[in-house]
Write a protein that binds this ligand. Structure first.
Ligand SMILES: *Cc1c(COP(=O)(O)O)cnc(C)c1O
Ligand code: SF4
Length: 339
């Protein structure tokens, strides 16, 4: 943390920026992360080149959920830049899901009927090694850029759009005021019926679910779904439970979307635990995604035959509503493709 003068009597309006402080305070040096975990011996496997291409970034609250001294920790594996990321693998490219083609330059992606996805921002509190974002920082093509003007116009003039999805990057990295600016502008659009928010922040930076955000959510004129992106049961703790309970109390439906990742959650017990732990926090599983084939992520891939076997084993152990749909995103499809 930046050493600051003590703040004996913090004014109330500062409380809202507690999450921004936690955001800035994220660990960004791989060696510091390893030292925090007692894993200095792993330093030789860290790739400075991979870290230069896509920096390490992980909030301290998330680090606290990693197991000390465990080089195989499933949370650590999601964020640590390792040397094999830089080995080129055939079939793994820069635009794995065709977003380059689908993007209209306005930060709006329309691939599926009835839904418009807004790339709200390029920022994330955490950098996940398997993410396509490592090649698409989306620095200037975000929908929020011009006061949401182009995105809102596009949605207003297309009455086939019933649902707006806020994605990114992480849309909850925007301020409450910036989010309200969008939903105020959309409030008068008669064909809009649902709002969905895809965010990893309730899990990786639960401080973000502050009073202002809850006030905003509670006042929205549409049913809201929040899709959290948790890949492992260990990502949940008491602080996450509180954030999720607040979202539920504000009326949001909570779903989880995970990515099937080798060495993170590619065994039946881990997947069962993820569904069960999520449900205990009020979250229903939605999708289990096969990895997007982005350069640098090949070591996370689980081959389709194994993915299907894992999914079948999961379905044999859990109530139907605790079994996510196993899907892959294929460029040009009309929806996520079931395996
Ligand atoms: C995944 C995705 C959606 C949402 O698909 P659902 O199956 O409704 O979850 C919408 N738009 C785009 C561009 C997507 O990639
Ligand atoms: S978009 Fe999601 S998966 Fe990608 S780096 Fe951000 S939080 Fe991680």
């Amino acid at each position: 943390m930046i050493t600051a003068a003590p703040e004996p009597r913090q004014p109330a309006q500062w409380a809202a920026s507690r999450w921004q402080q936690a955001w800035r305070d994220a660990v960004r040096d791989p060696r510091e992360l390893l030292a925090l975990l007692g894993l200095e011996a792993l330093a030789g496997r860290v790739s400075d080149e991979a870290a230069a291409q896509f920096p390490l970034r992980v909030p301290r609250g998330f680090v606290a959920r990693m197991r000390h001294g465990d080089a195989q920790d499933p949370l650590l594996r999601q964020v640590l830049p390792l040397d094999h990321e830089m080995q080129p693998v055939p079939g793994y490219g820069l635009d794995a899901v065709g977003d380059g083609a689908a993007r209209s330059g306005t930060g709006v992606i329309q691939k599926y009927r009835g839904r418009a996805l807004l790339v709200a921002t390029g920022s994330c509190a955490i950098n996940c090694r398997y993410c396509f974002r490592r090649h698409f920082p989306y620095s200037d093509e975000t929908a929020a850029r011009d006061g949401w003007r182009e995105a809102v116009d596009l949605i207003r003039h297309d009455d086939s759009i019933e649902e707006v999805l806020l994605s990114g990057g992480d849309p909850l990295s925007l301020s409450n005021a910036k989010l309200a600016e969008l939903t105020d502008a959309l409030a008068g659009v008669p064909h809009l019926r649902r709002l969905r928010i895809h965010s990893r922040l309730p899990v990786v930076l639960p401080e973000r679910i502050d009073e202002g955000l809850i006030a905003w959510l509670s006042g929205l004129p549409w049913p809201v779904t929040v899709v959290i992106h948790a890949n492992h049961a260990n990502e949940f703790d008491a602080t996450v439970d509180v954030a999720l309970a607040r979202l539920r109390a504000a009326g949001a439906h909570l779903l989880n979307q995970a990515v099937l990742l080798r060495g993170v959650n590619d065994d039946v017990d881990a997947l069962v635990a993820l569904s069960e732990r999520g449900f205990a926090a009020g979250v229903l599983p939605y999708y289990l995604h096969q990895l997007d084939r982005v350069a640098g992520a090949a070591h996370f891939e689980v081959e389709d035959a194994r993915a299907k076997a894992l999914h079948a084993a999961l379905a044999a152990r859990l109530s139907g509503y605790l079994v996510p749909r196993l899907v892959r995103e294929v460029a040009g499809d009309t929806g996520k493709r079931p395996l």
